[in-house]
Design a protein around this ligand. Structure first.
Ligand code: COA
Length: 151
């Protein structure tokens, strides 16, 4: 794979491309229609990160701030051809970097059970019991951010 870059989406066209990429990874395999990959928070209080390789969006993730202390990660998706090459980790590391800048204390994600090892490797810990969403077992996971006190 050529080099990839993680950055925020820059315009509406990129946002539409990102939705399509999100649909391809997270909804098409479970036979869900185009449009089901979005929710009411996508346009508000959300930051959209993308991984770009040769001008193609190969990965994406959303960070939504729920309070002054808590951020929520969702729609983490890497195109199958580009999985297991560090793209997902780089996306989450960038989310963590932004969360630190915002001085959040923790991040949560409802991970597909199949991806929980991926989050564990980054430092997330499972909490509570697995639950079902869209017919897929999920697990709530938390990441505590280091708190830097201003001296
Ligand atoms: C889960 C996902 C975001 C990880 O992104 P990625 O770019 O493949 O991850 P990385 O290459 O940074 O790390 C891969 C590591 O995560 C772990 N992992 C756990 N579950 C995994 C999965 N379903 N797919 C890929 N890696 C997984 C493995 O340990 C893997 O290491 P390995 O390649 O040495 O086996 C990506 O595989 C994906 O989009 N999967 C399908 C959709 C999904 O499950 N999204 C998460 C919703 S919460």
């Amino acid at each position: 794979m050529s080099e990839f870059k993680i950055r925020l989406i820059q315009n509406q066209q990129e946002k539409e491309e990102m939705y399509y990429q999100r649909w391809l990874v997270l909804r098409k395999p479970i036979d869900m229609d185009i449009g089901t990959e979005k929710d009411e928070y996508d346009d508000y209080y959300s930051l959209h990160l993308i991984a770009v390789c040769d001008e193609q969006i190969i990965g994406s993730a959303r960070l939504r701030q729920l309070s002054t202390e808590l951020g929520s990660i969702s729609y983490v998706a890497v195109l199958p051809k580009f999985q297991s090459q560090g793209v997902g980790t780089a996306l989450i590391q960038k989310v963590i970097e932004i969360a630190k800048e915002k001085q959040l204390k923790s991040l949560k994600v409802a991970s597909r059970l199949s991806a929980s090892k991926f989050y564990e490797r980054i430092g997330f810990r499972s909490t509570g019991q697995p639950f079902d969403f869209l017919g897929i077992p999920h697990q709530l996971m938390l990441f505590n951010l280091p708190y830097f006190q201003n001296l």
